[in-house]
Design a binder for this molecule. Structure first.
Ligand code: ATP
Length: 443
């Protein structure tokens, strides 16, 4: 089977409207991306699956949408002002900037090839800053949030007092985060503006190890549910040198991206660090009175922190396949799970004339309540199937002359390319059934 490279994913993303570079007509902005019609639908589908998993399927998790801009003291309390930095060097010759952990300082600059051209390493804070209000003095300095989690901590007390939640419980949030990454690399894998899907699970001290194990299991299972190949997922435990100073234990779920194994999501035991810090910096009590034991404590937190935009890259990489067919032809197919595919059903009239296009359009309109649909009349039917394969549409329906007579159509399955004749009144249930039983065939 042909190798899946990042170049192929980038090229398909642009060609078919999944992801474009931001401000391309001006030469592009490094590390910033725009999600096109198919990309935004794919991203929203992944987000919706996660949201449903967290707030609907799991008990005791409530949602939040906190502001991106927060009081600057938040980032002092969280440790980001002091510690959220990467050590970096500049090449004095070509001015390229590198993270010291990503290059060999003893060798030549990987961009211009000059030797002994690196500056001394210094720490570079990854938070973007801006100013609030009309004055741009030190007092107006604020940051774009580098993670969504802090909004959850600062609303902890409000949610406890307004939502009737009891420990253990979780708060889930999806939203944008910003990091002034020294090296933005690998397409949307590492960008300066991205989206996170984070859940903070508040629990009693002493129960945290057990919940940590629980959430590890749950999060791994989620990706299998999303149809991601198990062979491409693994755990990586943070070693002593990787572990954040406040964390008790941390594991990453890694995915085998085209450029190798890389972090997709982190599951962290953050102890009572964050709430204790906010209590100290704000002077506001962050303790919880446990009605079960009558004890007062600062809860421990198990965090599950996933990149939504990084999930989009994973979904594309995992789905991408160049398949050689029996007739020797090759087709590019995205084997998305039907739950994340941007288009679920394409309706294709075999020919335009004799009322077939009109009948097909009518059918497509009738399916819109249930599924995301696409209508395509132009080109040979084989080419139209290929176009749908390439964007990962799991089902195609073809309307022909016989359809006008007996109200039957051809339903084609993307993965097997099998075609069956079914009545138009059976389409919705056939697709729902196929979605429910969908299984990725690993080749
Ligand atoms: P790294 O060490 O690779 O910089 P991190 O360990 O600091 O990343 P976390 O702070 O744990 O990452 O962020 C949680 C998740 O957010 C990551 O698993 C990843 O999916 C996503 N993420 C973090 N930084 C970026 C980024 N620059 N672009 C896209 N997604 C990101």
């Amino acid at each position: 089977m042909a190798e899946v490279t990042l170049e192929k994913i980038v090229s398909l993303s642009k060609r078919r409207g999944f992801v474009f570079q931001s401000s391309e007509i001006y030469g592009g902005l490094n590390g910033a991306y725009d999600y096109g019609p198919l990309g935004v639908q794919l991203k929203n589908n992944i987000r919706d699956l996660w949201w449903k998993e967290m707030t609907q399927i799991h008990e005791d998790i409530v949602g939040l949408d906190a502001s991106i801009l927060m009081h600057p003291r938040v980032w002092e309390a969280s440790g980001h002002v002091a510690n959220f930095s990467d050590p970096m060097v500049d090449c004095k010759n070509c001015k390229s900037r590198f993270r010291t952990d990503q290059i060999d300082l003893a060798s030549a600059c990987p961009v211009c090839g000059n030797k002994d051209s690196f500056t001394e390493p210094r720490n570079f804070n990854l938070m973007f800053s801006t100013h609030i209000g009309a004055a741009s003095d030190a007092g107006s300095l604020i940051y774009l949030r580098p993670e969504t989690a802090q909004g959850i901590y600062t609303e902890f007390k409000n949610i406890v007092s307004s939502s009737r939640v009891k420990i253990p419980f979780g708060i889930a949030q999806v939203g944008k985060a910003f990091r002034n990454e020294i090296t933005t690399r690998h397409f949307i894998f590492r960008s300066v503006e991205f989206e996170q899907m984070e859940m903070q699970w508040f629990c009693a001290p002493g129960t945290d190890d057990e919940w940590f194990e629980y959430w590890k299991t749950q999060r791994f299972a989620f990706y299998e549910k999303m149809g991601i190949r198990k062979s491409h997922l693994r755990w990586h435990q943070h070693g002593k040198d990787e572990l954040a100073f406040y964390a008790k234990d941390a594991y990453d779920i890694q995915y085998l991206f085209p450029m190798g194994w890389q972090e997709l999501e982190g599951v962290h035991n953050r102890t009572d660090y964050d709430l204790s810090q906010h209590q100290e910096f704000s002077g506001k009590d962050q303790t919880y009175l446990d009605p079960a034991t009558n004890e007062r404590y600062i809860p421990y937190v198990v965090e599950t922190s996933a990149g939504l935009t990084r999930n989009v890259l994973m979904a594309l990489s995992d789905a991408y396949e160049e398949e050689t067919l029996e007739d020797g032809e090759t087709r590019t197919v995205l084997r998305f799970h039907p739950n994340v595919a941007p288009v679920t059903v394409a309706v294709l009239p075999l020919v335009k004339k004799d009322g077939i296009a009109e009948a097909a359009k009518e059918l497509e309109l009738s399916l819109r309540e249930e599924f995301t649909t696409f209508f395509d009349v132009s080109g040979a039917i084989g080419r139209r199937y290929r176009r749908m394969d390439e964007i990962g549409t799991p089902y195609c329906i073809t309307v022909d002359y016989r359809s006008l007579e007996d109200k039957t159509v051809t339903l084609r399955y993307r993965d097997s390319m099998e075609q069956v004749r079914i009545g138009t009144d059976e389409i919705v249930s056939a697709i729902k059934e196929a979605n429910k039983n969908y299984k990725r065939v690993e080749k």
